[in-house]
Design a protein around this ligand. Structure first.
Ligand code: GCU
Ligand code: CA
Length: 138
């Protein structure tokens, strides 16, 4: 199934501020990380089984630089200085996908700024674990 995890909903952690001043986000806001190396948006995501899953990260970046982030899953860095290209406006959101290793059950995903510019604004992540969608109880 594909499940969305909003940056503003605990147990997600935004090392910075949840803001809502740029439209187009999902839910009630997005994470504007602190402008510092290591500042992160952290998510707790669930996978039906262990293996690899696809993580989609929705973000906006209205600056002219390329922001970059390390992607750390369960404490292991799986991408180093992964690029978050400019989207043209802070109200223009796009999705970047990353293949990540997951354990069955709960997993911690940290998107951690690798430069002092901080992260792009992060709206949510969606984890697609390849398992069939849950239907109602039968
Ligand atoms: C602006 C923008 C923020 C963004 C910041 C940045 O201040 O309003 O949403 O996070 O630039 O460059 O990181
Ligand atoms: Ca910022």
């Amino acid at each position: 199934a594909t499940v969305r995890y909003e940056a503003e909903n605990a147990p997600a952690v935004c090392e910075g501020a949840i803001e809502s001043n740029h439209t187009g986000y999902s839910g009630s806001g997005f994470c504007n990380s602190t402008n510092a190396v290591g500042a992160a948006a952290q998510f707790t995501v669930n996978a039906a089984s262990g293996g690899t899953a696809t993580l989609a990260i929705r973000y906006a970046h209205g600056g002219t630089d390329t922001r970059s982030a390390n992607i750390v899953v369960n404490g292991t860095q799986v991408e180093s200085a992964s690029a978050f290209a400019a989207t043209g406006a802070w109200t223009t959101w796009t999705t970047k996908t990353v293949t990540v290793p997951v354990n069955a059950g709960s997993n911690t995903v940290r998107i951690e700024a690798s430069t002092a510019a901080g992260l792009a604004n992060i709206d949510y992540v969606e984890l697609a674990d390849g398992a069939p969608a849950q239907t109602g109880a039968i």
